[in-house]
Every structure is written in structure tokens, then in C-alpha cells.
Design a protein around this ligand. Structure first.
Ligand code: GDP
Ligand code: IMO
Ligand code: MG
Length: 403
């Protein structure tokens, strides 16, 4: 063990504590240098995890954010739903940057395939709802519908002849959703994927178990976030998977007792993309100001994110379902210009003092202005969880570490 891992332990998880886009990718990228295996557990290409390294921006939808660190083993677990062309494109982009992936990528044979028609069905379902959810239209809900109905196609069948099976779906999908299945394209996508990543498909449960027993460390990258969880989130305005630590462990087939730390990631304010309740949504100029300062546009869909203030009551709910050992409070720098900062505590919107000075790029807690330190300490006091990491900019270096 070395560095941060000596305090986090060998099995660390990173979980979004709000409505997604908290900055999970960045902390995963930072921690990844110290872990042997980086694993995505659930969800699919609805995720958009952005990291900025040496001024260059990388956005990952399926690949774990730690994959820029050469030599680290990468796992896509059983709980994922994988759109093959998206995965192929991501691998090619990385290879274009000179980063090899195929010699260290391990994809669960039990992960489900998202077909193009799932995306079309996602759109059709949205149109048919009296109140749309505002999904990413990446086919996530329909793929999980097939999984739950036990009609899904798992990665283990990539090399098999799926033509009859695809053909058999054409009429029912057309009848129920009015969507055409382009069988030829679906089969072509499968064949191309088989050729490129067929050798990466394995029993990842056995792989992770072996990794643990041989002393390897594992970093779990959560996707989406607690308030988007299918059970514990703001239903029905949620995603279709389990986004908590428990969900991640289920998705990877890891025994719950093996986890040594769980970092809850929360913005110093709050955003939401898509529809649904947002108690602390900002009004007037603040909504736009936070969006512009924070660059709050969806990494996956480019939609403007709704912006608002930190809701500590929600952080407490998120902590109740995850048991965080640390917070990573991200994007503190986005609040630098605020005179006062509203925060929801015990059902009331309280105004905390702003600091009106620059925190961007600060890497030590002592160097933060007093009011910024007080802001962080208030989060600790109200949640009982220590803030181990504070983001002060998008770059890999722009992080205060206090573990
Ligand atoms: P994720 O889905 O949780 O990984 O988060 P996203 O990547 O969707 O959104 C987070 C955005 O904030 C990305 O554009 C990051 O580059 C950026 N970001 C992360 N941490 C910080 C921070 O501390 N300060 C600022 N200004 N930007 C950050
Ligand atoms: P990361 O991992 C933010 C939201 C969508 C929509 C709802 C359902 O980057 O934090 P879905 O396509 O999953 O059926 O959409 O969930 N959503 C996210 N919002 N970040 C994400 O992922 C999200 N993944 C899904 O906007 O409101
Ligand atoms: Mg995101």
C-alpha cells in the first residue's frame, strides 16, 4: 500500500451522492494511479465522466475513468448494459491517443447488450409518457426492461449466431413501440464487437475474486448517483439501475464485507439534468451564473443542467444508504463569486457566508479562505462524515487531499 490507499484500504468505491455529474470521474482518475483494478459496475452509456489531464479533456461513457493510467486492469462488470458501437468508439479514441486497452480490458460475460433498437424504444417511451423523465435516450431503461423480463442478450452470446433471435424481435418491437429493428445493422455491430473485444469477455466475478485473494487493490467507479437510484432515488425520475454502493457490489459480484472505504462525491452546490423534483433549484440570475461558472452542460447529451444549492439533508439520505467514509466535495471554486451561499439544512434554506475570492487550483486546506473552510466544516458537522477531498478545478492536480 502507498499514499492515499494506505488510509482508504484496498477496496475503495466512489459513489455519486446527488443527481449525477458530481465529478466522480475526476477522483477516480486521481485514485486510479494507486489501484490495480478499476471497475465500472452498473448503468451504461448514460454516464458521462469527464477528466482533464494536462489541459486535455476526456469523456468516458462506458470505460472506467482510470483507464488513462497505462497498465491498470479495467473491468466492466455484470451489472452494466453495454452499447457495443459506443464501446468500440471509446476504445478507438483511446487507442488514437496511444493508450492500449485490449490487453487489459475484462468484460463480464453476464453484462447485457444495449441494441440500437433499445435507444429507439427509449425515445418512443419518453414520447408516450404524460410527463417525460428526460432520459439520456441511450436505451438504458429498455435494456434493463429486457434484463428483468429475462429476454435480454448477455455478452457471453456475442460469438453466437443471433440472427434468428434478432429477427424474432422485429414484429413485437414494431407492434408494441412502433419502432423498426434494423436487424442487419444490429448483427453487423455484434460481429464487429466480437472480432475486437471477443477475447475480453470473461467471468469477471472469478477475476475479481482472484484479484482480491492475490492482494490486488480494486477501485470501484460508481455511475449516476444515489438520487437517481431505482429504489432510493426520486422515482420515477430516476435511472433503471441500482446506483448505491450496494448496487455497485451487486453489479460486480463483490462481497459487501470486502469494501474498505466509500467516497461520496457531492458538488459544493447541486445540479440535475432531466426532469423531477429539485428543492434547492436556484432562481433568477443564480441559475445561469452557476451553470456558466461550473460549465454545467451534460457530458452525454449536452443538455444544460439545472443548477441550485447544496442540500445537506439529501447528503444525509445518501449517507444513510451508503455509509460514506469520506466526502469528496467538488467544484468549490464555482462558488468563488457568491456573496452568500444558500444551503438546505433540516428543511430550511440557510445562507452561509461566501468568500468572494479565488480558490481555483488551491491544493491545501489551510490556503482556503476562512469562509470556504467554514463551509466545508459545516458539511462535516451536519453529516458526521469527513471531507477527505475538495475539488478546486477540473484538472487532475486541482484537488485538496485531507485523508
Ligand atoms: P461525473 O459524471 O460525476 O464524472 O461528472 P461529469 O464529468 O459529468 O461532470 C463534472 C464536470 O465538472 C466535468 O466537466 C469535470 O471536468 C468538472 N469538474 C470536476 N471537478 C471539478 C472541480 O473541482 N472544479 C471545477 N471547476 N470543475 C470540476
Ligand atoms: P453520470 O454517471 C446525470 C439521468 C437522466 C434522466 C434520468 C434517467 O455521468 O453521473 P436514463 O438515460 O438513465 O434512463 O435517464 O437519469 N441520468 C444522469 N444524470 N448524470 C448521469 O450519469 C446520469 N445518468 C442518467 O438525465 O434524468
Ligand atoms: Mg456525468
Amino acid at each position: 500500500m502507498s499514499g492515499i490507499q494506505s488510509s482508504l484500504g484496498p477496496v475503495t468505491s466512489v459513489i455519486g451522492a446527488q443527481w449525477g455529474d458530481e465529478g466522480k470521474g475526476k477522483i477516480v482518475d486521481i485514485l486510479a494511479s494507486e489501484y490495480d483494478v478499476i471497475a465500472r459496475a452498473c448503468g451504461g452509456a448514460n454516464a458521462g465522466h469527464t477528466i482533464v489531464v494536462e489541459g486535455e479533456k476526456h469523456v468516458f461513457h462506458l470505460m472506467p475513468s482510470g483507464c488513462l493510467h497505462e497498465g491498470k486492469q479495467i473491468v466492466l462488470g455484470s451489472g452494466l448494459v453495454i452499447h457495443l458501437p459506443t464501446l468500440m468508439k471509446e476504445i478507438e479514441t483511446l487507442e488514437g491517443h496511444g493508450i492500449s486497452i485490449l490487453d487489459r480490458l475484462h468484460i463480464s460475460n453476464a453484462a447485457h447488450i444495449v441494441f440500437d433498437y433499445h435507444k429507439e424504444v427509449d425515445g418512443a417511451l419518453e414520447e408516450s409518457r404524460p410527463q417525460p423523465i428526460g432520459t439520456t435516450k441511450r436505451g438504458i431503461g429498455p435494456a434493463y426492461m429486457d434484463k428483468a423480463a429475462r429476454t435480454g442478450v448477455r455478452m457471453e452470446r456475442l460469438g453466437k449466431d443471433l440472427s434468428k433471435e434478432m429477427q424474432s424481435r422485429v414484429s413485437s418491437i414494431k407492434k408494441i413501440y412502433g419502432v423498426d429493428v434494423d436487424v442487419e445493422t444490429e448483427l453487423k455491430n455484434i460481429a464487429e464487437a466480437q472480432e475486437k473485444i471477443g477475447h475480453c469477455i470473461i467471468d469477471t466475478v472469478a477475476y475479481l475474486s482472484e484479484a482480491r485473494t492475490t492482494g490486488k487493490s480494486i477501485l470501484i467507479e460508481g455511475a449516476q448517483a444515489v438520487l437517481l437510484d431505482i429504489d432510493h432515488g426520486t422515482y420515477p425520475f430516476v435511472t433503471s439501475s441500482s446506483t448505491t454502493l450496494a448496487g455497485a457490489l451487486q453489479g460486480l459480484g463483490l462481497p459487501p464485507m470486502c469494501v474498505t472505504s466509500c467516497i461520496g462525491v457531492a458538488k459544493a452546490y447541486c445540479t440535475r439534468v432531466g426532469e423531477g423534483v429539485f428543492d434547492t433549484e436556484a432562481e433568477g440570475g443564480a441559475q445561469e451564473r452557476l451553470r456558466e461558472r461550473g460549465g454545467e452542460y451534460g457530458s452525454t447529451t449536452g443538455r444544460p443542467r439545472r443548477t441550485g444549492w447544496l442540500n445537506i439533508d439529501q447528503l444525509n439520505i445518501a449517507n444513510a444508504t451508503n455509509g460514506f467514509t469520506h466526502w469528496n466535495v467538488t467544484k468549490l471554486d464555482v462558488l468563488d463569486e457568491e456573496e452568500v451561499i444558500p444551503v438546505m439544512i433540516n428543511g430550511k434554506l440557510e445562507e452561509l457566508a461566501g468568500w468572494k475570492s479565488n480558490t481555483a487550483g488551491i491544493t491545501s486546506f489551510d490556503k482556503l479562505p476562512e469562509s470556504a473552510q467554514a463551509y466545508i466544516k459545516r458539511i462535516e458537522a451536519e453529516t458526521g462524515v469527513s471531507v477527505g477531498f475538495i475539488g478546486t478545478g477540473p484538472g487532475r492536480e486541482e484537488m485538496i487531499t485531507r485523508t
